[in-house]
Design a protein around this ligand. Structure first.
Ligand code: URA
Length: 238
């Protein structure tokens, strides 16, 4: 149960303060009954109307998806390709969730999905500097000097990338490929691919293994799990 004015604000009716005013003015009904008390609490199933117009309100839900290859990180796709939201629709999850940020069509790994706009916007804001760790399989044998360049920052689309962390995990001398762990907190379009491109090692495979304190351990590509209450709490504290 949540306070009526909070639910109204979260549903985008008005600010919390302005919603309080609507309530005291007698313009809000819950299940057909006019409510003027500010302490009133409502549940997800309650029907709320403002001036006779129903508002959409939902419980906030938070999922951790291990995004498989070949799906789009958005709610819909103009070319009709399968999206991360379709994965949840298949399971008849009714909340209107969307991804927090994006992963490329061919990238796999952790992607948070929620209907909590507040949390999603905060996490995506560069100011919050959420660390994201990627495992990139790249062409060629990457050198220590090139790894250092990635750590210090390279120029991508006219901007120098912020300091990053790198760890060389593996090199394959016969196939001439390297596997590198890269941690960044920025999230520009195709950032990881572009960073490796700049140092001369195009990405052939990309996986995001962690997002802040969360990772997709135990969750197979294409599968998801709900975040535990303590994880949601930590996410809000980030
Ligand atoms: N950087 C990329 O280039 N692609 C992704 O999917 C995520 C980060």
């Amino acid at each position: 149960m949540e306070r009526l004015q909070k639910v109204m604000a979260q549903a985008g009716v008005a600010s919390r303060r302005a919603s309080e005013k609507l309530i005291t003015q007698g313009r809000v009904t819950v299940n057909g009954e006019t409510i003027r008390e500010l302490g009133t609490k409502v549940a997800a199933k309650d029907k709320i109307e403002v001036d006779g117009v129903p508002i959409h309100h939902e419980n906030h839900v938070y999922y951790l998806l291990n995004k498989p290859r070949g799906v789009i990180s958005s709610a819909s796709d103009e070319k009709g390709r399968r999206t991360v939201v379709d994965i949840f629709k298949d399971d008849e999850i009714e909340e209107r969730i969307y991804p927090v940020g994006r992963l490329d069509y061919d990238t796999t790994g952790i992607l948070l999905m929620t209907n909590d706009g507040d949390v999603a916007n905060k996490l995506m804001h560069p100011k919050f500097e959420v660390n994201k760790t990627y495992i990139a399989k790249v062409k060629g044998l990457i050198s220590n000097e090139e790894l250092k360049q990635l750590r210090l920052g390279v120029v991508v689309d006219g901007h120098k990338t912020k300091p990053a962390k790198t760890r060389l995990k593996e090199t394959d001398r016969t196939k001439k490929t390297s596997i590198v762990q890269l941690t960044i907190h920025e999230g520009h379009y195709h950032q990881v691919k572009k960073m490796f491109e700049v140092v001369g090692h195009p990405v052939v495979k990309l996986h995001r293994e962690s997002y802040g304190f969360l990772n997709c351990q135990g969750v197979q590509p294409g599968e998801y799990r709900e975040l535990r209450p303590e994880e949601v709490k930590r996410l809000k504290e980030l």
